[in-house]
Ligand binder design. Structure first.
Ligand SMILES: [Zn+2]
Length: 208
């Protein structure tokens, strides 16, 4: 949930919240783990036959992994009774899609996150997952989405995809597609952002 991996010259001063330091035999830069909020962790783990650490073997592949199987994910969502946004965030189904990218993909797909995943057609679910991969590809090209200085790459630089967000964090602003005012609602312990016109809410709210 937090923490930074930084590549630093060996003689760089220690960061205030430095928790681990990896030095290399070639005396070149170090890899440092810095974590202000201490929600992060490090583990030394054996790899399974697919090269995945055993401790995270229960986490499904993300859309960029070779092991990612689009039809399998569509099938899992189709069989799910949960709201579609919960399905996108369920790491047992697909990993890598966080709250921000889920909201942006749902907006692109014109789907309200509270709609039951199983009520959507397979082509709609395929399109939604395609949008998720697109949003994440664009975000990666811009170094990710950072709202504060804690989210940085190994060189300590922040990403700037937050400037490209259509709905996330945009409550009260016009939807870039139709001009309706973007709405914010509570979702689990976080928020959901959507356009009430492009993403009509389901008539009866899901109980999940
Ligand atoms: Zn709209």
């Amino acid at each position: 949930m937090s923490g930074q991996l930084l590549v630093q010259p060996a003689d760089a001063p220690e960061e205030r919240h430095l928790h681990a330091r990896m030095t290399f035999a070639d005396d070149l830069p170090e890899l440092r783990f810095v974590d202000q909020r201490t929600f992060g962790g490090m583990a030394w783990a054996e790899l399974d036959a697919d090269g995945i650490p055993e401790s995270i073997g229960h986490i499904a592949p993300d859309p960029f992994e070779n092991a990612f199987d689009l039809e399998r994910v569509v099938g899992r969502l189709k069989a799910s009774r949960s709201a579609v946004k919960r399905g996108l965030l369920d790491q047992r189904i697909v990993s890598g899609i966080g709250n921000i990218y889920a909201d942006e993909s749902l907006w692109r797909a014109g789907i309200h996150g509270e709609r039951a995943a199983g009520s959507l057609t397979r082509p709609a679910l395929r399109r939604l997952l395609g949008h998720a991969a697109d949003v994440m590809t664009e975000a990666l090209a811009k170094g990710g989405t950072s709202f504060d200085a804690l989210y940085v790459n190994v060189n300590g630089a922040s990403g700037y995809f937050d400037r490209s967000l259509a709905v996330y964090g945009q409550q009260g602003r016009p939807c870039p597609r139709c001009g309706s005012i973007v709405v914010r609602e509570h979702f689990m312990n976080r928020s959901s952002f959507f356009c009430p016109k492009c993403q009509p809410p389901p008539r009866r709210r899901s109980l999940h």
